[in-house]
Write a protein that binds this ligand. Structure first.
Ligand SMILES: [Zn+2]
Length: 183
């Protein structure tokens, strides 16, 4: 697997969002190859009679006043093709035939299975339970809080895969989860 951040940088550098929008036949008010900015019909929020979105060539981004959202080329593909981030990256590389040979492969992390003779695994009851609890919060907590929580969980997992002792972290995370009230 290649470094995702580097693939992302490559895409943002090499793929012209103007072309991508044209390839998806979005309805521009002005020919975007001739102007720096152009209003367009937002392809995401249904019948957009009065073109609510604007494409900015300078920043290679699109903003819609109705969705109140900004897209870069990767986010645009994620939404258009209903793809997860990694898949959208692969999709763009494939579709626009980007040369990724300059980006080296990252070594795959091998999970550590024991610390001081004590067997650990992310399948352990504790992590399984925490993972489940966090998943259960999905849609019930504000997205930012949910994101922070699941981020913390994956940081703990990452530490564990690198061979760190995560007993304390798991306990802290567990305590934190127990204090969360929904609603
Ligand atoms: Zn919109």
């Amino acid at each position: 697997m290649k470094n995702l951040e580097k693939l992302r940088e490559l895409i943002l550098k090499e793929v012209d969002m103007t072309q991508v929008l044209l390839d998806y036949n979005v309805d521009f008010v002005f020919n975007p190859t001739l102007v720096d900015e152009s209003q367009l019909r937002c392809p995401f929020h249904g019948d957009d009679k009065k073109p609510s979105a604007r494409f900015y060539k300078n920043t290679q981004s699109m903003f819609c006043w109705v969705c109140y959202k900004t897209w870069d080329v990767i986010q645009f593909i994620m939404e258009m093709e209903q793809l997860y981030y990694v898949r959208a990256i692969m999709f763009l590389i494939d579709k626009y035939k980007l040369d990724t040979s300059s980006i080296s492969d990252e070594p795959v992390l091998e999970p550590v299975t024991s610390i001081n003779g004590k067997t650990i695994s992310d399948k352990s009851v504790e992590t399984k339970l925490l993972r489940k609890k966090i998943r259960d919060f999905r849609g019930k907590l504000e997205f930012d809080r949910y994101k922070a929580l699941s981020c913390a969980f994956y940081m703990v997992m990452f530490k564990m895969f690198k061979g760190g002792d995560v007993t304390e972290d798991l306990k802290k995370l567990g305590d934190k989860i127990n204090t969360i009230q929904i609603g």
